[in-house]
Design a protein around this ligand. Sequence first.
Ligand SMILES: NC(=O)c1ccc[n+]([C@@H]2O[C@H](COP(=O)([O-])OP(=O)(O)OC[C@H]3O[C@@H](n4cnc5c(N)ncnc54)[C@H](OP(=O)(O)O)[C@@H]3O)[C@@H](O)[C@H]2O)c1
Length: 118
Amino acid sequence: MSTPPPAGEQLVCVTGASGYLASHVVRELLARGYRVRGTVRDPADPEKTDHLKRLPGAGERLELVRAELGEPEGLQRALRHCTALLHTASPASTLRGGSRPASYPTGCLMVPPSSPRE
Ligand SMILES: NC(=O)c1ccc[n+]([C@@H]2O[C@H](COP(=O)([O-])OP(=O)(O)OC[C@H]3O[C@@H](n4cnc5c(N)ncnc54)[C@H](OP(=O)(O)O)[C@@H]3O)[C@@H](O)[C@H]2O)c1
């Protein structure tokens, strides 16, 4: 088994980056030295993104891009050059008590099958 590249050479995609779980994941990845590409539905919305931009390391290593579940092209773009994916985007919020729409049986099924390194 080959040794993985150092954290600083890896780009990790986190979907639903503004969410409760993902915000902690992004903070932890940045703290460990990874480059992070977070997806949000509206990168221009300060309510969704300001807390991420304030994280230590965000200025240098966090990129926020637009992606919507159900739009595979956006997810594919977000995955380009990534070595790992943490897929937390979900229309059903645990905190807000939402119900899971039938069109999103699980988040993972929405991830495009192509190689994330492409
Ligand atoms: N929180 C917990 O304790 C907990 C425990 C167990 C399992 N989970 C599961 O973990 C997942 C995330 O939970 P969470 O508490 O972090 O939820 P959350 O705070 O509501 O975050 C989910 C994120 O998904 C994004 N999203 C929603 N609909 C989307 C869509 N159609 N396309 C793209 N992005 C979309 C939203 O981001 P934007 O609006 O910014 O795009 C939102 O910030 C859920 O599946 C939940 O059931 C959570």
